[in-house]
Ligand binder design. Structure first.
Ligand code: ADP
Ligand code: ADP
Length: 224
């Protein structure tokens, strides 16, 4: 456990395009960090490198003292929630959430599942199938699945992007509450300025593969 540290992290795609340019970033353990910027600025590429889904061209990724730059994705204490969360349609909500812990041979998956369902306010939905849930509830199931094994870092790539505006605002509050309760490091990617500003402790504004501004939301508002 520790801070997430990106040092000189760089991504050049095989076609020569540089999507992320020598990124230096320290994200304190337990903080809510937002990566804000227009489509195509390199946010997803950055997350994919942290998750191990995309190889960095240069640079290193550490969590605390541990160098995870070359670790296999499943060996990293990192989990990801995408916009297009895929729940198993034939499994109940409780079974969807229990899937990971069971596969990893967890000692008492049932009590873990109960705790996480309470945290994400899904206790009453435990026996239902995903299709019986609203979009916001389904998104909470995806979140429950991602945090049940307590990764050090949770990566969220436009997790609310598929929701309508009203639900989106409500989920922002939910997500913030859950982050504060579990105390995990959240790295939240969005192109929605209001979303970044209302949720994050620190906002980094990315453009063309670089971080142009970074600070607490209040400072970014008052010192643009
Ligand atoms: P964002 O998440 O901010 O929308 P991305 O990280 O998805 O940005 O993409 C950054 C840039 O890299 C975009 O211009 C995109 O077209 C480009 N890109 C993404 N994947 C590839 C790839 N496999 N090969 C070449 N360019 C890519
Ligand atoms: P998003 O905007 O949601 O981040 P994109 O639509 O930009 O995603 O990219 C979807 C997929 O296409 C990704 O796997 C990305 O790596 C790939 N991709 C994006 N841009 C390019 C590109 N210019 N060349 C090759 N692959 C690309």
């Amino acid at each position: 456990r520790g801070d997430l540290k990106l040092t000189g992290l760089h991504k050049r795609y095989p076609n020569g395009f540089v999507a992320v340019e020598s990124l230096d970033l320290v994200i304190p353990q337990g903080s809510f960090f937002a990566l804000l910027g227009p489509s195509g600025c390199g946010k997803t590429t950055t997350l994919r490198m942290v998750a191990g889904l995309e190889e960095a061209t240069k640079g290193t990724i550490h969590i605390g003292d541990e160098d995870i730059t070359y670790a296999k994705p499943y060996k990293r204490p990192v989990n990801t929630v995408f916009q297009n969360y895929a729940l198993f349609p034939h499994l109940t909500i409780a079974e969807n959430v229990a899937f990971g812990p069971k596969r990893r041979g967890a000692k008492d998956p049932a009590s873990q599942v109960k705790e996480i369902l309470a945290l994400t306010e899904l206790t009453e939905q435990a026996g239902k199938k995903p299709a019986q849930l609203s979009g916001g509830q389904q998104q909470r199931v995806a979140l429950a699945r991602a945090i049940i094994n307590r990764p050090d870092v949770l990566l969220l790539d436009e997790p609310l992007g598929a929701l309508d505006l009203k639900l989106r605002r409500a989920m922002q509050v939910e997500l913030k509450r859950i982050q504060e309760e579990v105390g995990l490091t959240f790295v939240h990617v969005t192109h929605d300025q209001e979303e970044a500003m209302t949720m994050a402790d620190t906002v980094a504004v990315m453009n063309k593969g670089r971080i142009e501004q970074m600070g607490a939301p209040y400072d970014l508002y008052t010192n643009p």
